[in-house]
Write a protein that binds this ligand. Structure first.
Ligand SMILES: *Cc1c(COP(=O)(O)O)cnc(C)c1O
Length: 377
């Protein structure tokens, strides 16, 4: 039997050390509930990290946060919501929870995110048929900020609120402003593979306390103010647990180090593979700062991408094609989409490389070795 090499994962949870003391404190004080001091503490930590001018509601997932954001925008049955096509399905699915219709928009080359030109032609087209989108979901994919300035200009011009999907972009910065604070409402995720994790969790970021309170109200079964259980709205069970929020508090202590480590992974790959003709990277445009949640490379063609992915797999290294655009997903195949070919090319030629903040230089060297070897073949 051949001894298998140690597994290298795409993006592993990476504890800092103090998470367990916050969790122990929750047990010691019996705050084993979807509220408590860790939930409040985690919200405060996030709020101050993001600059202090937004309110944070800690929730059970990023998907739940997107669902509530759409509700706060008044989205309901029959409404149109615009959504970046090149993303994870969780960006789009909550639109359909509400009986609304997602219309997908392709990406631009230099950020891989929402193409502002296509966005505007889509809005003008829909206007001709008398339809005005209720909201727009823009995504900072893989941590790279979208073109915030142009997207916000279009949002203001046509009066369509932006829901900023910052699930992959905590720690990223656009022209001095933190991702997670540039949309009308913003969403974070703390799923197990994200830059920091609570094992599962998310947050909705709002511009004021009234909206935060409304989100928390909806997330805790929409209970009216009465001694018995009185309900005049439909609610959800979406609040974060005080136990997992304890993990979040510990993770906040190391967030800056996690961003530095992911960026350093990117720099390593870039230095090792950047000179190869067959490989290209996504640069940061002027004023953009990515947390480099995942390092992605584009290969010369789809065939080489698959060969490299299989060679990595044979070496017990996990890698993954880039997100399959929503307009290509079977479940969304009959939805309207405004396309330019960018996301389809990225999907066919792109590969996410292992990007965990706990990767060692020996592991990074091993990964690059497999890739270089495959390209030379
Ligand atoms: C992870 C992710 C989500 C969903 O977050 P969960 O916490 O897993 O529900 C939404 N959008 C994007 C782009 C994501 O990567």
């Amino acid at each position: 039997m051949i001894a298998t090499k140690t597994k290298i994962w795409l993006s592993s949870p990476h504890m800092g050390g103090s998470e367990i003391s916050y969790v122990n404190e929750a047990f010691r004080t019996n705050w084993i509930a979807p509220l408590g001091p860790n939930v409040e503490g985690f919200e405060k930590d996030l709020q101050s990290y993001l600059g202090g001018f937004r309110e944070v509601a800690a929730l059970s997932s990023g998907t739940a946060a997107l669902h509530l954001a759409l509700i706060l925008c008044g989205v309901g049955p029959g409404d149109v919501v615009l959504c970046q096509s090149f993303t994870f399905a969780a960006s789009a699915n909550p639109i359909t929870y509400l009986g609304a219709e997602p219309v997908f928009i392709d990406s631009e080359d230099n950020t891989w995110n929402l193409c502002p030109d296509l966005l505007e032609s889509c809005i003008l087209d829909l206007a001709k048929t008398g339809k005005k989108p209720k909201a727009l979901i823009a995504v900072h994919l893989y941590g790279m900020p979208y073109n915030v300035e142009r997207v916000n200009d279009i949002s203001r011009k046509y009066d369509i609120p932006v829901i900023e999907d910052s699930a992959e972009a905590l720690g990223s910065i656009y022209k001095g402003i933190n991702c997670g604070t540039v949309g009308n409402l913003s969403v974070l995720s703390f799923n197990g593979n994200k830059i920091i994790t609570t094992s599962g969790g998310g947050a909705l970021i709002t511009p004021n306390e009234t909206l935060k309170n409304k989100a928390v109200f909806l997330a805790t079964q929409a209970r009216d103010n009465a001694p018995h259980y009185e309900h005049s709205e439909i609610g959800f069970n979406y609040r974060m647990s005080n136990v997992t929020a304890g993990i979040g508090r510990g993770q906040m202590e190391v967030l800056k180090a996690r961003v530095a480590a992911r960026r350093s992974n990117y720099a390593f790959y870039r230095a090792e593979l950047g000179d190869l003709e067959e490989v290209s990277f996504l640069d940061e445009p002027e004023g953009y700062y990515s947390n480099r949640w995942l390092t992605c490379i584009l290969l010369r063609n789809a065939e080489l991408r698959e060969r490299i992915r299989m060679a990595l797999l044979a070496d017990n290294i996990e890698s993954r094609p880039l997100w399959k655009p929503m307009h290509l997903q079977p479940v969304y195949k009959s939805n309207k989409a405004y396309l330019n070919g960018v996301s389809e090319a990225l999907f066919s030629r792109g590969l996410c490389l292992p990007s965990g903040s706990d990767l060692t230089e020996i592991e990074l060297t091993r990964i690059c070795g497999v890739i270089k070897n495959e390209i030379r073949l």
